[in-house]
Design a protein around this ligand. Structure first.
Ligand SMILES: Nc1nc2c(ncn2[C@@H]2O[C@H](COP(=O)(O)OP(=O)(O)O)[C@@H](O)[C@H]2O)c(=O)[nH]1
Ligand SMILES: [Mg+2]
Ligand SMILES: [Zn+2]
Length: 348
């Protein structure tokens, strides 16, 4: 459809041509408090949401996020106008903390997710499983980067736990500070595709991006007492990998992952348990004390750890609670419109 310059990560065929008329195609690559940075292939420029578009929005989750494909109306400086947002084919979201269950879209339209996890004293296999489930749920290709092996006292045990629990996913051992292991991650990242790196704070996400992009973004200093990086990355931003063509989005640490639409992710993350459960005597088996439970049998014969089953049950009930909460979600327009309407380019 287009010759010459295209926005970062664009590939022909992502959208039907009919969706691409009526504006200049661009991609949201960064956002600040009052405007967005949109790249149409000629580098990022500042843009604001057109008043008309804003008016049509029904909830906060419809606001542009990094990764979105948009149609721009070019305007004299300082701001172009975002006329529309093309439908998101993928998104990473989490539940907004609070009384009501609201969706908070973090980034969109990514192809790969790299889950970063450190093997220092903060290592937690359940947290790793949650991140992997969240990532898998998006439909993206998922990889795991394990950092800080140099800070791990029980490497053999930890490694065994990891390979047992996330066995089907490519695992990359790396030390982003020294660059060790980074080249295999670079080969896994697909040229002209968009990857997102997620994980807790201080695990080396931004350090990896610095290695991949040869940039010098501020990273968190290790707080010796807690062995955690300080929260330095405060926003999501899309970077291009030189001599590679791939794109990667940095994210701030997701401190507590709330689960959203985890049904598919659960199935994939716990496919072993689901496999066993097909052989349970009762179809509605809760894998507790029911006779003929194949899951309990797997535990007794050492094939499955009781911890893993307990974690599976916990996630399942959290998921159930969210489904119930979502059903009584209000559909009224959120007060967010007020906040964003200020300073918008309202069409006269
Ligand atoms: N010892 C050690 N430190 C690392 C490793 N990877 C990253 N770091 C350090 O961990 C700190 C936090 O890194 P940062 O990239 O800001 O983490 P982010 O919060 O995930 O973006 C920095 O001081 C890094 O130098 C590693 O493999 N080993
Ligand atoms: Mg960071
Ligand atoms: Zn059972």
């Amino acid at each position: 459809m287009m010759g010459g310059v295209v926005p970062p990560g664009w590939r022909d065929g992502l959208y039907h041509d009919s969706l691409l008329s009526g504006g200049v195609l661009g991609r949201v690559v960064d956002q600040s408090k009052h405007f967005y940075w949109v790249d149409d292939g000629n580098g990022p420029s500042q843009a604001k949401i057109a008043g008309r578009l804003l008016f049509k929005m029904g909830s906060e989750s419809e606001l542009p996020v990094v990764g979105d494909w948009v149609l721009l109306e070019h305007m004299p400086p300082p701001y172009h106008r975002i006329k529309s947002i093309l439908p998101r084919y993928r998104k990473l979201s989490r539940k907004v903390v609070g009384k009501r269950t609201n969706e908070h879209v973090l980034v969109s339209n990514m192809d790969q997710i790299l889950v970063a996890h450190s093997l220092d004293a903060t290592f937690n296999i359940r947290r790793l499983e949650r991140f992997v489930a969240l990532a898998t749920d998006t439909g993206c290709e998922v990889g795991v980067m394990l950092t800080k092996l140099d800070c791990c006292d029980y490497l053999d045990e930890v490694w065994l736990a990891i390979t047992q629990s996330v066995s089907s996913i490519p695992l990359f051992k790396a030390n982003p500070s020294t660059g060790w292991g980074v080249s295999s991650i670079q080969s896994w990242l697909r040229p002209h595709h968009t990857a997102v790196i997620i994980g807790a704070s201080g695990v080396g996400k931004t350090t990896l991006i610095n290695q991949l992009t040869h940039l010098n973004l501020a990273i968190g200093d290790v707080n010796q007492k807690h062995n955690k990086g300080l929260h330095t990355t405060t926003r999501r931003q899309l970077f291009q990998l030189p001599n590679h063509g791939g794109l990667i989005i940095d994210t701030p640490g997701i401190r507590e992952i709330q689960l959203w639409d985890l049904a598919i992710g659960m199935d994939r993350a716990f496919s072993d348990i689901l496999d066993y459960s097909t052989r349970c005597h009762f179809t509605n088996c809760r894998h507790d004390t029911e006779p003929g439970c194949a899951v309990q049998l797997a535990i007794q014969s050492g094939l499955l750890s009781p911890d893993r089953l307990a974690h599976f049950k916990k996630l399942q009930s959290e998921q159930q609670m969210q489904v119930e909460r979502r059903q009584d979600r209000p559909t009224t327009i959120q007060p967010f419109l007020k906040k964003h309407k200020k300073g918008t380019n309202q069409r006269k």
